[in-house]
Design a protein around this ligand. Structure first.
Ligand SMILES: NC(=O)C1=CN([C@@H]2O[C@H](COP(=O)(O)OP(=O)(O)OC[C@H]3O[C@@H](n4cnc5c(N)ncnc54)[C@H](O)[C@@H]3O)[C@@H](O)[C@H]2O)C=CC1
Ligand SMILES: O=C(O)[C@H]1O[C@H](OP(=O)(O)OP(=O)(O)OC[C@H]2O[C@@H](n3ccc(=O)[nH]c3=O)[C@H](O)[C@@H]2O)[C@H](O)[C@@H](O)[C@@H]1O
Length: 439
């Protein structure tokens, strides 16, 4: 079928490429002309494993195109996905919905035939009726437009796999919108036929499914990091503890990796957005504990800064610190609310000379933190360093020979903020190793 994807960032570009992979004719639309140009040439404006190949393949076949024109998008097909950004409001904790409402309005003014508008962007509960109102007001096709809420659960770094083989599909509709359901079922036919649980629900439940999923994932990570705080005081090893807990199928291993905590464009802002909306709805107390989830997460960053100061005798002025990692997690170049970069920035503010290295995220990091030094090669990056911090667990870092590194540094001390370095190998190579979450 013919469909559009409006907003071609991390979510939208992946969704567009995957919809083409499913055999649909896809037109991606983005207001950023540079992005449109790059995507049209078959390249992603960011790093996501496998995405360049998929884009190249489907732009070459003609099944996937990109445009900056709403008029073109509106005329293209009967199904329009919207995946524009819904960032945290500047200076607030709720969502900035201006991109979403602007996209809906612009699309609406050009819609001249019946269509389904399926929103994938993450929003506070109660947004769908507002989007539907805008469509009713501005779309010449008016009543023949159906609004679907289709939250997205993909993870960056495995976004293609998560899109093509999701754990579940959620389709939210207002009452009596059976036509919209049929269109979406046709779009996802291959995924549904593969046995993917498909839950059809109302708008509010679909909106809340996303907010609560991300809040739960954040809670799980902060739970194990709260345990890490206890382990550090009690002389226990949180990494072994996480493994022990993970064998219990009711607990599981995923989301139980202790360390520097969560970052990224979504978990932190969705947690805060969920709390803010709960407050607006008068159920603030029910979610009071989520505030602690956020606080535990922030404390992990402070803890690394404290450990770094301790290792360097308290004063960071003039000391050289190398940070391995800028991305918020491995296999992405996304630095939004990156724990690694936040720690690097704090150490810089405290007077240290900070050199950052990352396999993919240096260009993005340079743009937002130009005051830090950047070096491509993780070995060259430690030259003359008094302290090394391992803050994003790229496999590349695990493969560096610690003996070779030890010869280049001024002080062979490493703080492992993710608990993935081979401690025995590093100690044998002469390094003093401190692992976050271990006494
Ligand atoms: N990044 C992820 O892994 C996931 C993101 N989400 C949600 O998806 C939404 C998008 O997130 P990302 O893709 O990460 O953001 P992003 O910032 O990478 O992409 C947003 C895109 O929308 C475009 N845009 C903004 N306003 C527009 C407009 N009025 N018309 C057309 N295009 C417009 C921007 O130019 C940009 O390319 C957010 O609500 C996010 O919470 C949901 C699941 C996963
Ligand atoms: O709404 C979104 O954008 C997405 O947010 C997360 O996906 P993502 O942010 O790509 O990454 P995750 O793999 O969930 O990791 C998030 C952060 O938590 C950290 N993390 C993750 C797992 C863990 O056990 N411990 C841990 O510290 C990671 O290092 C990273 O900083 C969710 O996992 C997705 O389901 C959701 O669609």
């Amino acid at each position: 079928m013919k469909l559009t994807v409006i907003g071609c960032g991390y979510l939208g570009a992946t969704h567009a490429a995957c919809m083409a992979e499913l055999g649909h004719d896809v037109l991606g639309m983005d207001s950023d002309r540079d992005k449109v140009q790059l995507l049209s040439s078959g390249r992603a404006p960011f790093f996501e494993p496998g995405l360049d190949d998929l884009l190249a393949q489907h732009t070459a076949s003609g099944r996937l195109r990109f445009t900056a024109s709403y008029a073109e998008a509106a005329q293209f097909g009967e199904l329009h996905f919207i995946g524009v950004g819904t960032p945290q409001q500047a200076g607030g904790s709720s969502y900035d919905l201006s991109h979403l409402f602007s996209a809906v309005r612009h699309l609406a003014t050009h819609l001249r035939r019946p269509a389904v508008v399926a929103v994938k962007s993450t929003v506070p509960v109660g947004t769908a009726p507002r989007a539907a109102e805008i469509l009713r007001e501005f779309a010449p096709a008016g009543e023949q437009i159906q609004v679907a809420w289709n939250p997205e659960f993909l993870r960056e770094s495995c976004a293609i796999e998560d899109t093509l083989r999701p754990d579940r599909l959620v389709l939210g509709f207002d009452s009596e919108q059976s036509w919209g359901e049929a269109v979406l079922r046709q779009c996802f036919a291959e995924i549904i036929a593969a046995g993917t649980p498909t839950i059809v629900t109302d708008w509010a439940t679909a909106e809340l499914a996303k907010a609560s999923a991300n809040s739960f994932l954040a809670t799980k990570i902060s739970f194990i990091n709260a345990v890490a705080e206890v382990c550090e005081s009690a002389g226990a090893d949180v990494h072994q503890l996480a493994e022990i807990l993970g064998h219990d199928v009711r607990i599981g291993r995923s989301g139980m990796r202790p360390g520097l905590g969560f970052g990224g464009g979504c978990l932190p802002k969705d947690l805060r957005g969920f709390m803010a909306r709960a407050g607006e709805l008068g159920v603030d107390q029910a979610f009071a504990f989520l505030r602690e989830v956020d606080a535990i997460n922030q404390r992990r960053r402070e803890r690394v800064v404290t450990l770094a100061r301790e290792q360097l005798g308290g004063d960071l002025a003039g000391r050289r610190i190398t940070v391995w990692g800028a991305a918020f997690k491995p296999d992405t170049d996304d630095i939004r609310d990156s724990p690694a970069l936040a720690v690097a920035q704090r150490l810089h503010e405290l007077g240290a000379t900070v050199t950052v290295t990352d396999p993919k995220a240096l260009d993005s990091a340079r743009k937002v933190r130009p005051e830090l030094d950047y070096v491509d090669d993780p070995v060259a990056a430690v030259e003359g360093a008094d302290l090394l911090l391992h803050l994003t667990e790229w496999p590349e870092f695990g493969r560096v020979d610690p003996e070779q590194l030890a010869r280049r540094v001024a002080g062979a001390t490493v703080i492992d903020g993710r608990g993935t370095l081979d401690v025995d190998a590093w100690r044998s190579a002469g390094w003093a190793v401190r692992v976050l979450g271990r006494a």
